[in-house]
Design a protein. Sequence first.
Lengths: 149, 149
Amino acid sequence: MKSYRQSLVLELVDQEPITSQEQLRERLKGRGIDVTQATLSRDIRDLGLVKRASDGAYRRPGVEEAAGDPLPVLRRAVAEILRGIEAVQTLVVLRTDPGQAQPLAIAIDRARLADVAGTISGDDTILVICRGEREAQTFRRQIEEWVRT
Amino acid sequence: MKSYRQSLVLELVDQEPITSQEQLRERLKGRGIDVTQATLSRDIRDLGLVKRASDGAYRRPGVEEAAGDPLPVLRRAVAEILRGIEAVQTLVVLRTDPGQAQPLAIAIDRARLADVAGTISGDDTILVICRGEREAQTFRRQIEEWVRT
DNA sequence: CACAATCCTGAATATTTATGAAATCCTATC
DNA sequence: GATAGGATTTCATAAATATTCAGGATTGTG
């Protein structure tokens, strides 16, 4: 019983956001398993599940969430907060308004562009490490394009 | 106030197991910060901390038990949260899941590897500055090795 | 079978966390 | 300084979770 129930718990937790033990209880009932919240509290401890404060959902540790399409977010971010751009060999330096570098850098990271190996950012400057000099130019041109649009 | 307090929360949570918001409240009071539990509930959500059911301790997602030898910690961190690695000249760019770069960078720093001069990290990217191109390759290979194991 | 030891569970309850509403604190502007 | 608007915090309370205790099951042993 117990181990079957626990494997079902993992399955449920993986396929939809479960944010409370009561909710989990209902889902299990739907599958013909009826237990109390106390039991689920113990199951969750046994399974080592984790409750993320950001959305309150139970998760197996280490499994991350995928969000919506990051490209539009990036385009908006560029249009809104980019103030300057410059390529130096394989690096591209972006300037923003004070305090805006971090959000823009995150947008770039999440867009997972082919030219970009990664970014590091300070307060109003972002360093974009590109995969080569050619890629740095391509990236700069792409961004400049977005600024104009 | 808020951002200072939140950085203190991260610090406290990293250095000892905090299992309730009241406990966190006491620790903060010990550092001269006096707030209510309600505020901490919101801070914890803002910071995206996670409460592990296995021991009830709050953690930054992805960070594993900080203890003794830093190498095993690093290996585990690599296995768990590394998503990509790439060397560009003397630099190595590591990619992680969103928001996970910081903890992995800390693990690298603490391991004090011979090839590594230092690290800088953003949201999901870490820039590792190696002591030379040869060392960058060695470091990359070492990490890749760990990913496979 | 009888017994003990152990595991699992539910009920009741204690503890912990989240939240709505009001109060307070900041910051910018006149 | 006075004031508006927003952010942040507290207070009070609701909601969610953990735990204690006791009652079956189940298993192993003589």
